[in-house]
Structure formats: C-alpha cells, structure tokens
Design a protein around this ligand. Structure first.
Ligand code: ANZ
Ligand code: ZN
Length: 834
C-alpha cells in the first residue's frame, strides 16, 4: 500500500527542519564572488488585524521559488521579511477599544508570522524587523535629522482636514464625503505648520534614473506623470482698473504658466485659482467682492479631485472692477476665478485659450466668453473631429500684434513658441520655465502611532533638532486611548516635558507630530542587511555586500508613493557618499490582484474573502503555493477558483504516487510492466531534459505558470512507464522543490536521502538531448514527394517505415498497389517503389 499524502503531517515537519537547520539564513562571506549574490525582496506587509490575505502569498511564493532556485544554483541569497507596523488602523482600533496600539500590532505581527511560516517561505528570520520597534525608528529619526541638516526637511503652513467637533486633524481616508467619519461634522481646510521633505529638489534625477532600471513600463510612466515635468513659459499679463485703465499698484501683473505660448493671441480671458493671493491684494478694487468670496468659500469644500474632474461642470465668477491686458494682442480681457485652476500648479493662474483648450472651451461656452481661433491644423482632415476646439499644434493664424511690423502668422506652433517667448521677453513679459507636478512630501501626521519627529521647540531658541545621542525619541506610554478623537500624543505630559538642548530652559516642548509611515518604509531594505547594528542604520560594508536589491516584488498600488520615496532616500545617501548606487531596486515585478471567485475584489463586506488558513488546512501549503502560481501570469489579475486548487492538489497526489512507487519499501499496486517502445523512451528522456531547461528559464523570467504546465506534462508522461532509472525521479523532485518544497523534501527522504533536497544542485540539462530532437522525414513514391512527417530522432528504421506506410496520404497514393521496394535514407527520406 502506498502511504497517504498527508500534508498536515509533512508540512509542519519540514518547516521545523528548515528552521532547526537555519536553511535560509545567510551571512556575508569573503569568498563569495559579487556576481553570486542576490538580494530578493518582498514589499513588507502592514500587519492588519484581518491577517494574511490570499494576495500576500502570491508575491511571496514567487520570490520564494526564485530564492530557493538561486540557492540551489549556488547563489548567496538574502531574502528577508519584516513589518510595516506603524499606521492609522492600529491607532483607531486603540482609540475605539482602549487597547494600546503596540499590543494589537504585536499580536497582529505574531499572527502574520505564523501564517507566513505555515506557507513554508524561506525567509531569513534572523533579519526580521518591525518599524514600530524603537531600535528601528531610532534610525528613521536619524534619517529625519540627516535630511534636516542638509536643508531637505523644513516646516511650512499647509492645509489639513480639520474636524471642529473632534478638534483634530483627519487623514484623507477619515473624511467621508466631506464629513468626519466619526462625528459626521463638516470638515474644513485649516492651515497648520507641517513638516515637508524637499523631494522636488530631486525631480530631474528621479526622472532620469527611471531610464536605468528594469521596471514595468506602466510603473515608470506613472512615476513620470507623477513628477509631471512640463516645459513651457511664464507670461506676465498687466492688470488694470477696468474704468480708468490705470495699472493697479498692489499687483501690477498676473503671471501664468503655459505650455502653449503659441496660442497667446487666442487668450480671451484669464482664470485664477480661488486661493490666489491677488484677490486679497486687490480687495478694494473688486466690485463684486461678496460674490467672489462666496465662491471661494464653496470651492474650499471640494477636494482637488472633485475640482479637476473633467466630467464635472465647471463653475466660476468674473472678478468685476479689474481687467488684464493680453501682452501679445494688447487687448483688454476679463479675469475670472474658477476652481478648475489649482493653486498648487504653475502660478495658480492661466491664460484661457478656449479655441484650443478643452477646459477653457467648455467654460467659455457656458459663460459666453469670446473664442478666437489662432491655430490652424496643418493637415485639414485631421481637424474634422476638432472643428470646435482644436487642441493640437499647427500653423498660426490671427497672430499679429497691432501697429507693428511683426507677424507670427504662418509659423508652425513649435517655432512660434520660441519666437513669441523671445519677443515678449524683450519687453520683460515672458521667460522660459519648467514646471513639475511633484510637490514636496508632507510627512507630518498629527497621530500617535508613528515615529516621533525629533524636534524640540524652545520659547527662547526656537526650533532645534534633537541631538543624535538622545535618539530615539520614544513614544510615551502615559497616554490615554479612551475615545476622545484627537491624537493621544498631544496630551502626553511625559513626552512633552523636555529641556531645551541649547539653553537648558524648561520652557521647551517636543514636536508632537509623528512621521508618515512611508518614511519608515523608505529605507527598510537597508536595515535588513544589518538589522541589529546599534551604531549605524547599516554598516557600509554590509550595504556594499548586498545592495542594491536585485529583484523587488510587490503590488502595483505602490507605483508612486513608496517606490518614489525609496528612490529619493537612496539618492540622498548617494549624495552623502554613504552608498555608491542611486537606484535601490534594479528590477521590479508587480504581482496582479487575486480576485474573488465571483470576479470581484475580495472584501470583508462582500463576504467573498478566501482565508489562507482554511486553504492550507484543507489542501496544504504546497497546493496553495502551486495553485497561486498556476492561476496565470504573475502580473495578471485573476479570479480564485476552487476547482483549480483541487486540480493542483490532484497533481501533487499524482507526483506522490509516482515517486512512492519507486520506494523500495513500498509495494505498489499500480506498478505495471512498461509498455514503452524504444522511441517513446527516448522521447521521454528528451522531455525530461527539455523540462529542466524550461523550468529553469521560466523561473528566471518569473513565468511560473508555464513552468508548472511543463512539470505537469512531464509527470503525465512519466506515469506511463515505471521502468525509468531512479535518477529521473530525483530530477523530477529537484525541479519541483522550489514550487512544492514540503512535498519535495518528503519524497526526497523517501528515496533514502538524508540531506535536504535544497542542498542539491539545480540539475543541468544535456544540450544534445534538447536540440533538434525531431527529424523531418520526407516520403516519396517512385521518387516523387508525397508526404512528410516528424519523428523522434531515436526512432528505429522499422518505426520510421511503419509510420510512413501508415500515413493517410501515402495510403491514398498506394491504393490497391503493392510496394515493391522500401528505401530508407536514415533520418531524411523514405522512398516506396511500386
Ligand atoms: C494656455 C494654453 C492653451 C494651455 C492651450 C493649454 C492649451 P501641463 O502640460 O500639465 O503642464 N495650467 C497651467 N497652470 C494651471 C493650473 N494651476 N491649474 C490648471 N491648469 C493650469 O499643462 C500646462 C497647461 O495647463 C498650461 O498651458 C495651462 O493652460 C494649464 F491651447 O496655457 B495652457
Ligand atoms: Zn532654548
């Protein structure tokens, strides 16, 4: 009897073995050459109360397969795991339940660790880190000070979402339809002093660096758009009192940023953002101030997204009493305030060209503002869809300043952009300019559960950094988590009682903001290389030994924030001479979403969540791992399918039986005499070597689904014969090992080996056995070609002749006639003489 494949017994057994034998731990070695080291990294998870989701094991299985494979190929692999442990949900839970976030976070981490271990991933647990650990955030604070000392961290006023009834700042996700999630009070925008990191200083390098890394193109595009570099010009429009035509003294000019200076003659009005300072500067001149202020008030209640949504109808109010002068045409044009113009981009003001910009077009139509065409499409038919508003480039028309010999008519857009800016520049009214969408990174959070910002404010000395030897600034425990709504840190006495590091006065107070958790995750991959270092965030040697990360796997939802911030930090360290590379992650791979069985996103509220605990219990970790890799290409979104995991489980059972039959101690009932012909045996031998090649190649390309298909094909063929040399079974197990490590270890042991299968070398394929494995045989009748077929190289002459005779086409030609002679030119031609 063949023993049963009992995953419940096998899996914990081997997990313990791997841990006891420290199979996944790795140390620096002076003899390991540089090209034989790899850093394989997963995005560390936020340990939520819900536990592991089936989406987590998808990426983790991919990196595990790759890491195990690389180790078998003789590489030194650093493959760590840790916890992105600070964050709002833990704090909210604390505030609601009155339990300390540390307690709930540590509990969640324990659960996550248990679940990850139950899946048999080969992480080096000796390198585990948690960002909420004071030993870790010591260095997060050190990074803050590094930026601070280099002028890259600064404080300025910025709007926050403020709930007047809870008396607290809210995160974006706590604002639901403009109202406080907790008390349903209307949220207002309030200006508070906040900390920023000057990521904008690095905009160009963050852009150019993208060309040097092997990342998915969509992610690069998202980063490029996020940085949003635009070349254009700043153009000044004079402002005058609409009655007396005298230039206004408080604000003589309104400056705009445009990428289309070629359209300046078509600018028939201007629009400023509601927050534009000109409104308060010119209050006395504005005739309809009340109306304008009311409009501004309304738009303050909208989010940026609502304001820029193209589908939403645009609104605005004309500012009466002042006008602008178009510097090109000399015409007087009206100034409007409208919230489709954002204060945060360019100058917060635009010249509106309704004939060539869709937003302006829509606005002009609604408010009956003049529309003047100044660009003619170069190619007439091109414009047919755009008769109304042509947004492309083309040939200038209606672009001639009055009373001057100059004309831009007939010029192409591209040249006109240059010429017009040059012409206006002579009058001091224009200059070239580059603008970025990227804003400095707001890192202040008015929250408890984060790394405290290491700054002290003294009544006398002002803002001072905490001395390095005073780090870490630890989160206090004398805090009250009863539901009050505000950050508990704010109210901690112990935390704020501090002496000024400069003058010693006790009239000093700590900064009570904590850092955005993205600060913690911007440098964690360094810490893994030297996780217990008490003197540095990581030693230079260890960084040099392991970094940069070779392969980074995670969700595409991190396209901009985390992946941009990490690159930013890396460039700072490079500029400090601490590291000698500028890009942290050489290759990036995004795994796709695993959807619910119904094709929707898995979510608690839909009740369609698959829990990995249940799956592992029923089918085993190996089945879960292998199924998730078999579902489809790693990058694709794919729905869960219970039939699918059953199929994979059956495959594993098939492998189990197949190998168990070779176990000399097992009496196998399904063992039968091998019926294989010589040719088929060679085919099988070739298939085995082809599989070695394909599985290896596919693992390198992260194409695990096709590697698994190949293994399935091999197993099906091997089932048809039990007379293989035992080495073939060994090969099969080694190939399967990275995918289904527990099963592979167990079968390996059953074949009598004492050492782990992961101490085996990854098999090599025989080049001769994979190349040109089929011959094409041409079949002739009386010297005329009548058919051809492929047959395996090892086929005997009898087998070739039989197949030739059996061919349908040949049968037709032969109808009723006898073959007089059969001639066989080996591996090439069969000729029948009739
Ligand atoms: C005149 C014009 C005519 C424009 C035309 C476009 C087409 P990108 O490419 O994204 O940089 N703009 C400038 N500042 C703005 C702000 N704060 N809020 C909203 N829109 C703003 O876009 C640059 C263009 O966006 C600028 O060029 C400006 O409109 C608008 F046929 O100026 B353009
Ligand atoms: Zn002081």
């Amino acid at each position: 009897m063949i023993p049963q494949y009992n995953h419940l017994k096998i899996e914990p057994k081997w997990q313990k073995y791997w841990e006891d034998h420290k199979m996944s731990e790795v140390k620096e070695s002076q003899t390991a050459p540089r090209q034989m080291r790899r850093y394989i990294l997963d995005m560390f998870p936020y340990p939520s109360g819900a536990g592991l989701h089936v989406g987590h094991p998808e990426g983790y299985t991919a990196t595990d397969i790759y890491s195990r494979y690389l180790r078998m190929r003789g590489f030194q692999v650093i493959h760590p795991m840790g916890w992105d442990a600070f964050g709002l949900p833990a704090e909210n839970y604390a505030i609601k339940q009155g339990i300390h976030p540390r307690e709930s976070t540590l509990r969640n981490i324990d659960n996550f660790r248990r679940q990850i271990k139950m899946l048999g991933f080969s992480y080096d647990w000796s390198r585990e880190i948690a960002t909420c650990d004071p030993e870790y955030y010591y260095w997060t604070q050190w990074f803050f000070l590094l930026l601070y000392k280099n002028g890259l961290a600064y404080r300025k006023k910025a709007p926050v979402n403020w709930c007047g009834s809870c008396q607290t700042v809210l995160a974006r996700e706590q604002v639901v339809e403009g109202k406080c999630e907790r008390c349903k009070n209307q949220i207002i925008q309030r200006e508070l002093k906040q900390w920023f990191f000057k990521i904008t200083d690095y905009a160009d390098r963050l852009l150019s660096g993208l060309d040097k890394i092997d990342w998915p193109e969509p992610i690069k595009t998202m980063q490029r758009n996020w940085i949003g570099r635009s070349e254009g010009a700043l153009i000044k429009f004079k402002i005058q009192n609409s009655k007396c035509k005298i230039t206004v003294q408080n604000a003589k000019f309104l400056e705009v940023f445009t990428t289309r200076a070629d359209t300046v003659f078509g600018a028939t009005y201007m629009v400023i953002a509601p927050e534009h300072e000109i409104i308060s500067n010119l209050k006395s001149q504005i005739l309809n101030l009340r109306e304008v202020e009311e409009y501004i008030d309304q738009s303050r209640r909208k989010t940026e997204l609502q304001r820029t949504d193209l589908a939403k109808e645009k609104t605005g109010v004309e500012i009466e009493g002042i006008k602008a002068v178009n510097p090109a045409s000399g015409e007087e044009i009206p100034i409007w305030v409208a919230d489709y113009v954002l204060m945060s981009y360019g100058t917060g003001a635009i010249m509106a060209v309704p004939a060539h910009d869709e937003r302006d077009w829509e606005f002009a139509r609604k408010y009956k503002l003049p529309i003047r065409q100044v660009i003619k499409p170069q190619n007439k038919c091109q414009c047919q869809n755009d008769v109304l508003c042509y947004t492309g480039e083309g040939i200038l028309i209606n672009s001639q300043p009055k009373n001057s010999g100059i004309s831009f008519n007939g010029m192409r857009s591209e040249a006109a952009k240059e010429k017009i800016v040059e012409w206006l520049a002579q009058k001091g009214l224009a200059k070239k300019s580059v603008q970025y969408k990227l804003r400095d990174w707001l890192i202040s959070r008015q929250r408890y559960w984060g790394a405290p910002i290491p700054i002290i404010y003294c009544e006398k000395c002002g803002e001072l950094p905490v001395q390095e030897d005073q780090l870490p600034v630890e989160l206090p425990d004398d805090v009250d988590f009863r539901p009050k709504g505000e950050s508990p840190l704010e109210r901690s006495k112990a935390f704020h009682k501090v002496k000024c590091p400069e003058c010693g006065s006790s009239k000093a107070r700590r900064e009570s903001d904590t850092m955005d958790t993205f600060v913690c995750s911007s440098w964690y991959y360094f810490r893994y290389t030297d996780p217990r270092n008490a003197h540095e965030f990581a030693s230079k040697d260890k960084i040099k030994y392991w970094l940069p990360v070779d392969t980074y796997v995670g969700g595409a939802e991190h396209a901009v924030m985390h992946l941009l911030y990490a690159r930013f930090f890396c460039k700072i360290l490079y500029d400090q001479g601490i590291i000698d590379f500028e890009e942290p992650f050489q290759k990036l791979i995004n795994q796709g979403l695993i959807l619910a069985e119904d094709g929707r996103k898995m979510s608690k509220s839909l009740g369609n969540v698959i829990n990995p605990d249940d799956i592992v219990k029923e089918y085993g970790a190996d089945a879960l791992r292998m199924y998730e890799m078999f579902m489809g290409p790693l990058e694709d979104a794919k729905p869960w399918n219970t039939k699918g995991i059953k199929g994979v489980r059956r495959f594993l059972e098939k492998v189990w039986k197949l190998v168990e039959c070779q176990n000399p101690n097992v009496k196998c009932q399904i063992k039968s005499k091998c019926q294989m012909s010589n040719a088929k045996r060679v085919v099988l031998e070739r298939l085995l070597h082809k599989t070695i090649k394909k599985v290896g190649d596919d693992i390198e390309l992260f194409k695990f689904n096709t590697a698994i298909s190949q293994l399935m094909i091999l197993v099906n063929q091997m089932q048809k014969c039990d007379q293989f040399p035992i080495t073939n079974y060994q090969l099969l197990i080694t190939l399967l090992a990275p995918f289904a490590p527990h099963l592979a270890e167990e079968l390996w042991g059953q074949l009598g080996y004492k050492e782990s299968v992961f101490r085996q070398k990854w098999p090599e394929y025989d080049v001769d056995l994979i190349k040109d494995e089929m011959n094409t045989i041409v079949v002739q009748i009386n010297g005329k070609i009548r058919d051809q077929f492929n047959i395996s190289v090892g086929a005997s002459p009898e087998e070739v002749l039989k197949q030739a005779r059996d061919s349908e086409k040949i049968q037709k030609w032969l109808k009723g006639q006898k073959i007089k002679k059969e001639i066989y030119v080996p591996n090439r031609i069969v000729n029948f003489v009739i």
